[in-house]
Design a protein around this ligand. Structure first.
Ligand code: SF4
Length: 523
């Protein structure tokens, strides 16, 4: 083998060495029953046609390259946002390994989360004993101040009753009676990771407030509550806090994993860091109101906030882009009586300046985008503000009401008229769409790289480059630390998008003595 101790090569370029090329070819021929290359090429070409697209869209019982994750994943993220809280998943160990690795790969941080490892016997007889032992072990080993319980498919299919199991665990002395164990049923065969976040938040808020409302008075603590929803851009926690600080507004961030997902490498492992305290959750009903940063995914939370806390939840969209950040700040100003400071006005002006600087390169550029409902809606709105033209918008976990609202936003702009919105579809559907109606770029998570590869395989002129914005991003580093909300987030997204456009233009115009008449130094 060509690997030498003083010259260790990674898989690429190692597998391009002749002996590896030969070995891989023999493996395909001898063991993989490879189809003839011309047949593979023929089928590939067919999958790029309109005829195939129609069959693809008639598909009912199979998801390929899904554009969502499952409920407990969202519940784990929500739980991580509370102080000294251990996310606990009642169900199979493999699911929890998946949640941890999903977050590890995205945040490049250790992510603490336990499971009670239900196996075959628990699947038949129920997982009550697993839960009793699991809760006791979790508290003894990791010493959290709260254990937040969610469920995997297995526990939901057999119908385990979390309320009864947790109460029995306490009654039988596995945990103290007053030890906080909020819970949420998070069946993965309905909803998605954003539903799981919503369910878990509602579970935690319910646990600490539902039966303790007698002494609560709306507005008495002078704060506003901020509920982020399933949010993975750490910069977004920071920018919202900064804007509120600049407005001199007192707030409670309800679920705040900013610290625990960004701990420093200083020799000390922090299983817990930062997060919303139990006292803050208990005090939350005393706030003036509660702002939901991603309202399309926080339906259950909204019900609790309005029904139990008696807050009037302002009707706002995700504070993404120019318009919706304006609305967000003006609403906060209206609620609190605090003026919008000159610093934020200046920041807004800088964003407008940036939009003006870049508009010639962005005007009329076509984009396919996908992701979660609020993110996609905010991104589409911002693209329209930039004069870009969304062509395909895909949101697996958007509902019919969301689609209607998205269509209305597109109809209100001259740049939105050629766009189609798809809900409940996956990235294999999107692959068909970008072959039959090619956009200039795609914006979404890392899974889009397979679509980019396939479009390039058909020919350079068919390639649709991927701009990475969303969740998860596994194949690039540190993007989760960026910001997408507020004027700052709009500036960062604009920078990413316009420079991707210019990068592509350079790529297309660097042909020596062919296209390089346009290979300009100044853009
Ligand atoms: S979909 Fe169900 S089985 Fe799969 S990881 Fe999620 S909870 Fe586990």
């Amino acid at each position: 083998m060509s690997q030498q101790v003083d010259n260790i090569k990674p898989s690429y370029p190692l597998f391009r060495d002749e002996e590896y090329k030969d070995m891989l070819a023999r493996k395909r021929d001898d063991f993989e029953e490879k189809h003839p290359q011309d047949k593979i090429d023929e089928v590939f070409q067919w999958t790029t046609t309109q005829e195939y697209q129609e069959l693809n869209f008639a598909r009912e019982a199979l998801t390929v390259n899904p554009a969502k994750a499952c409920q407990p994943l969202g519940a784990v993220l929500c739980s991580l946002g509370f102080e000294k809280t251990m996310p606990y998943v009642h169900g199979s160990q493999g699911c929890v390994a998946y949640f941890r690795t999903y977050f590890n790969r995205h945040f490049r941080e250790p992510v603490s989360c336990v499971s009670d490892s239900m196996t075959e016997d628990a699947a038949v007889f129920g997982g009550q004993q697993n839960m009793k032992d699991g809760l006791q072990n979790c508290k003894a080993t990791y010493k959290p101040d709260m254990i937040a319980v969610s469920t995997t498919c297995m526990a939901e299919v057999i119908g385990d009753d979390l309320n009864a199991f947790i109460n029995n665990s306490k009654k039988e002395g596995f945990l103290e009676q007053d030890y906080p164990v909020p819970y949420a049923h998070t069946p993965s065969f309905v909803g998605s990771h954003v539903t799981g976040w919503d369910n878990m938040f509602e579970g935690i808020a319910r646990y600490f407030t539902l039966n303790y409302m007698e002494d609560k008075v709306v507005g008495s603590n002078g704060k506003v509550n901020i509920v982020p929803g399933f949010e993975t851009y750490l910069g977004n926690f920071r920018v919202i806090k900064r804007m509120l600080k600049e407005m001199d507004v007192d707030y409670s961030f309800l679920s705040d994993p900013e610290e625990v997902l960004d701990t420093p490498a200083d020799g000390q492992f922090r299983m817990y860091a930062g997060g919303t305290s139990q006292a803050e959750v208990k005090d939350a009903p005393n706030a003036t109101t509660t702002l939901l940063l991603q309202p399309w995914q926080l339906e259950k939370t909204k019900k609790l906030v309005e029904g139990t806390w008696k807050h009037e939840v302002p009707k706002l969209s995700i504070p993404m882009g120019l318009d919706w950040t304006d609305e967000f700040l003006m609403k906060i100003s209206e609620i609190t009586g605090q003026p919008i400071p000159a610093s934020l006005e200046k920041e807004r002006g800088r964003l407008v300046d940036m939009i003006t600087d870049s508009h010639t390169w962005l005007h009329g550029k076509k984009f396919a985008i996908w992701g979660d409902p609020d993110f996609v809606m905010g991104l589409a709105k911002f693209l329209l503000e930039l004069g870009c033209e969304p062509t395909h918008i895909l949101c697996n976990n958007g509902n019919k009401r969301w689609k209607k609202a998205m269509d209305a936003i597109l109809e209100a702009s001259p740049y939105g008229k050629d766009c189609t919105v798809y809900v409940g579809k996956d990235l294999w559907h999107l692959r068909s769409l970008v072959f039959t109606n090619k956009p200039d770029f795609m914006i979404g998570n890392s899974y889009g790289k397979f679509i980019q590869r396939d479009t390039l395989h058909k020919g350079k002129e068919f390639e649709v480059p991927l701009i990475r914005l969303g969740f998860p991003i596994f194949d690039r580093h540190h993007l989760h630390r960026q910001t997408t909300l507020g004027y700052e987030g709009a500036m960062q997204m604009l920078t990413t998008i316009v420079n991707s456009v210019l990068e592509r233009l350079d790529e297309e115009t660097r042909g020596m003595q062919t296209t390089d008449y346009n290979y300009d130094l100044v853009r």
